[in-house]
Each structure stands twice: as structure tokens, then as C-alpha cells.
Design a protein around this ligand. Structure first.
Ligand SMILES: Nc1ncnc2c1ncn2[C@@H]1O[C@H](COP(=O)(O)OP(=O)(O)OP(=O)(O)O)[C@@H](O)[C@H]1O
Length: 300
């Protein structure tokens, strides 16, 4: 990716967030959030519902204003950057990709090239190559002429990822990009994220995906940064109880060795056939009775 002199990475972090404070509707949503994102890293923002993850991300791509603090991309205060320059530095996929206008997939992805358009907004041959490549990367080439309004949630999310990739910005921001995706597409999308040649800041709910794909994690709770570090440092049983209110086993993933969380249910659950909750080989009594019953009418 060719970068202009203004876009050459600085010696400092790719993204620096310092003392960020946001108040909405009389409520403090972010309170002194501070962390750095090193160049070339994938940094996950995790935290329970309402922790402030989307608000934080939208402050970075300047969709939400903040009353205190500084956000710097490559050392430059985002509030001072002209729109077009900001769009060359930061590409974002927000959580809500609902579309108001009836645009095709190709038109959505083409919009990613606007910050690079030549004089009079004309597109160039090189733009076409980037658009084709990005459509292929998210496996939507065959849907390029479909209206985005007719796509499934997962397909739409991939179309917006393609638009962000087409922007070729050194900082990619993704707000829960996997929430509409099936297992194969989750893995594929996070593979694209890992292959991205720049820096990535990503909000994720699935902590196992975060552990596998992020170099560093930032934990938000109640609008504050409560822990930062590698997945190994951050994803401890204590933190999972304290911040997410769950009891969990944290074990090394058998393939990668990264932390893998297995939630210990606090509610009485159903027994597994051939292995009861008590560790015996027979299912719990009530369950056995149900299993022995003759089959009822088929579900319609
Ligand atoms: N305009 C607003 N007025 C009042 N409160 C708001 C406003 N916008 C957001 N909030 C509140 O700010 C808090 C943080 O919201 P945000 O969407 O950033 O959280 P989140 O961590 O991304 O949540 P989730 O995991 O559910 O997506 C929430 O409690 C939300 O209700």
C-alpha cells in the first residue's frame, strides 16, 4: 500500500488515546480511557454490554465527540484532521450496517475509494483493481450487482468490511464484526483482519475469538479501562468473574496454546447422554425418564 508522506507511520504508537471522557444524557459513558495501540498490532476491546466499547471506537473515527482527552493517529490529533485525510488514515466498520439507500455491493465498496479519488472525483484503473480484490477477499464477487438491502446480515457485514479494506487506511476499526457471521465466516473474517497490513482496533464479544486473534486486549467496564495486556495476562478467571460476572475455566487452546474459556454454568443444566453432571456415565434421573419416553409428534 503506497502511503503519502503525511501517512508514513510515526515513531510513536499507531493510535494513542489519552484521558478520553464522554458524557451523554447526563451519564458518564467514558471516563479517562487511556491506552496506546502499537503499529501493526491487532488490539481487541472487550467488556460487558454497555461498557462503552462502541462509544470509544466511534470517538476514534470521529463519529462521537468527547469533552475531554486526545485521540492521536500516527501522532496527529484526529480533531485537527480534514475529513478526507482522516478517511485515508482510518477505515471503520460500525456495528450497525443497516442501509438507507438502495446501493449495490459494488457501489458500497467503491465508496471506500472516495478518499483516494483523483481530480473531479474520477476513479482510476487502480481503484477498480482494489475494489475487485476486496470483493474477492470477502467472497462477495458473485453478489457485486445485488442491492445491499437484499443481503443477509452476514453478507452485508462482509460488504462493509470490503469497503473498509478498499479504503487502504493504515488503521482499521471494527465494531463487533463477527456478530452476524457463522463459524466459518467468523474465522475467515478474523483471518482477513490478521492479514491486514496495518493496525487494527476491534471490539469483540466472543472472548475466545479475541484470545486467538488479538495481540493485545483492552478491558472496558463502566466506561473505564480496567486492564490492558496480552490475552494471557488479561483473560484470567478472576477478571472474568469481576468484569463479566461468570465463573470460567481458562485452559490453553489445544492447537494454539492461547487462553480458551469454558464457562461454568451456575444454573442447573441438562445432562449429557453418557456423561452426567456428576461425572458418572449415566444421565441424571429426570433426563433418563424423558429420553425413554416414546417420541411425540414431529415438530412442524
Ligand atoms: N445518546 C445516549 N444517551 C444516553 N446514554 C447513551 C447514549 N448513547 C449510548 N449511551 C449509553 O452508553 C453506554 C455505552 O454504550 P456503548 O454502545 O458504547 O456500549 P458497548 O460496550 O458498545 O455495548 P454493547 O456491548 O451492548 O454493544 C450504554 O449504557 C448506553 O446505553
Amino acid at each position: 500500500m503506497a502511503r503519502t508522506a503525511a501517512e508514513q507511520p510515526s515513531a510513536g504508537p499507531a493510535l494513542g488515546i489519552s484521558g478520553l471522557r464522554v458524557t451523554k444524557g447526563g451519564r458518564r459513558i467514558l471516563d479517562g480511557v487511556t491506552f496506546d495501540v502499537p503499529h501493526g498490532s491487532v488490539v481487541g476491546v472487550i467488556g460487558p454490554n454497555g461498557a462503552g466499547k462502541s462509544t470509544l471506537l466511534s470517538c476514534v473515527y470521529r463519529h462521537t465527540s468527547y469533552e475531554q482527552g486526545v485521540v492521536r493517529v500516527d501522532g496527529r490529533d484526529v480533531r485537527t484532521l480534514p475529513r478526507r485525510e482522516l478517511a485515508r488514515l482510518i477505515a471503520a466498520v460500525p456495528q450497525d450496517t443497516a442501509v438507507v439507500f438502495d446501493l449495490t455491493v459494488e457501489e458500497i465498496v467503491t465508496a471506500g475509494r472516495i478518499p483516494h479519488a483523483g481530480p473531479l472525483g474520477r476513479s482510476r484503473e487502480s481503484d477498480r483493481e482494489v475494489i475487485d480484490r476486496c470483493l474477492r477477499r470477502v467472497d462477495l464477487e458473485h453478489h457485486r450487482h445485488r442491492s445491499v438491502a437484499t443481503l443477509s446480515g452476514g453478507e452485508r457485514q462482509r460488504a462493509f468490511l470490503a469497503r473498509a479494506l478498499a479504503q487502504e487506511a493504515p488503521l482499521l476499526i471494527l465494531d463487533e464484526p463477527t456478530n452476524h457471521l457463522d463459524l466459518a465466516n467468523q474465522e475467515q473474517l478474523l483471518g482477513h483482519v490478521r492479514d491486514h497490513r496495518g493496525t487494527v482496533l476491534i471490539a469483540v464479544h466472543d472472548l475466545n475469538l479475541a484470545a486467538e486473534h488479538c495481540d493485545l486486549l483492552v478491558v472496558l467496564a463502566g466506561g473505564r479501562t480496567v486492564r490492558t495486556g496480552t490475552p494471557d495476562e488479561v483473560l484470567t478467571p478472576d477478571l472474568l468473574t469481576e468484569v463479566f460476572g461468570v465463573d470460567a475455566h481458562v485452559v490453553p487452546h489445544p492447537d494454539s496454546g492461547h487462553p480458551h474459556m469454558i464457562i461454568r454454568s451456575r444454573a442447573p443444566g441438562r445432562a449429557r447422554a453418557g456423561g452426567g453432571r456428576d461425572g458418572s456415565d449415566s444421565p441424571a434421573g429426570g433426563e433418563a425418564e424423558r429420553l425413554d419416553r416414546p417420541a411425540g409428534p414431529a415438530l412442524r
